[in-house]
Design a protein around this ligand. Structure first.
Ligand SMILES: Cc1cc2nc3c(=O)[nH]c(=O)nc-3n(C[C@H](O)[C@H](O)[C@H](O)COP(=O)(O)O)c2cc1C
Length: 211
């Protein structure tokens, strides 16, 4: 769904905070639905007690405004899983050049594997893509030569449904419940920034900020 960009400068009035929040969610929904959209691939931040902040790109797979949830898929053996288990507070950074918009999110992550959420997501993954979860060692495992990590001839063909079950064991959905969203809108005439924060009871506090 195409959405209109907020046009602060031609509007009679500046947008209300509620309109900005709706714009944020609409952009995120668009991002998750379009692999070419800038918001399709946010950066995910976790904390690591040894190395400090860790960042990596993930694909935005799920957006639900009602429950304030953003979701991505990952390999259960990947490093980020241990980091989220140790501290479920995560950051997500979205930048849309075409919308002149940055959205920064603080969220609490929950890992789903072997449950109904993971089951439903797995069923929607085409067989060729299931290979992402079929690499023979944990992502990041040192190897003596350049490798895809895929077993046998799976580099050249999609796995059968039965073969792909090996990947299902490594598959996880991470659902992040948004606690805070920081919106920054860039214009040549002066930027705009706002924050939206939800407390543990789901009560929303909003404010404009100096950009
Ligand atoms: C465009 C792009 C999309 C990616 N999408 C995902 C993803 O959805 N989930 C994921 O776990 N890793 C994804 N990755 C790989 C991660 O960035 C990262 O290299 C990998 O998950 C290992 O991260 P970790 O060692 O911090 O756990 C993606 C990488 C790129 C470049």
């Amino acid at each position: 769904m195409a959405i209109d960009k907020i046009d602060i400068w031609n509007a009679d009035e500046e947008p209300r905070l509620s309109a900005v929040l709706s714009e944020c969610w609409a952009l995120l929904v668009d991002g998750a639905n379009d692999p070419k959209h800038d918001l399709y691939t946010p950066a995910l931040a976790t904390g690591d007690t040894t190395h400090g902040p860790m960042l990596r790109t993930v694909v935005l797979r799920h957006v639900d405004r009602e429950t304030r949830q953003l979701g991505f898929y990952t390999d259960l053996r990947s490093r980020k899983i241990g980091e989220i288990q140790a501290d479920p507070r995560v950051g997500l950074l979205f930048l849309s050049h075409s919308d002149d918009t940055q959205i920064r999110v603080q969220a609490e992550a929950r890992i789903h594997c072997g449950d109904a959420v993971a089951e439903e997501a797995w069923a929607g993954i085409p067989l060729p893509q299931r290979r992402h979860y079929m690499v023979s060692g944990p992502p990041g495992l040192p190897w003596a030569w350049p490798t895809s990590g895929l077993p046998g001839d799976l580099e050249n063909r999609a796995p059968s449904e039965e073969e792909s079950l090996a990947g299902k064991l490594n598959f996880a959905v991470v659902i992040c419940t948004v606690k805070q969203m920081d919106w920054l809108y860039l214009t040549p005439y002066g930027h705009r920034r706002a924050v939206f924060a939800w407390d543990d009871e789901g009560r929303l506090q909003t404010s404009w900020l100096v950009p």
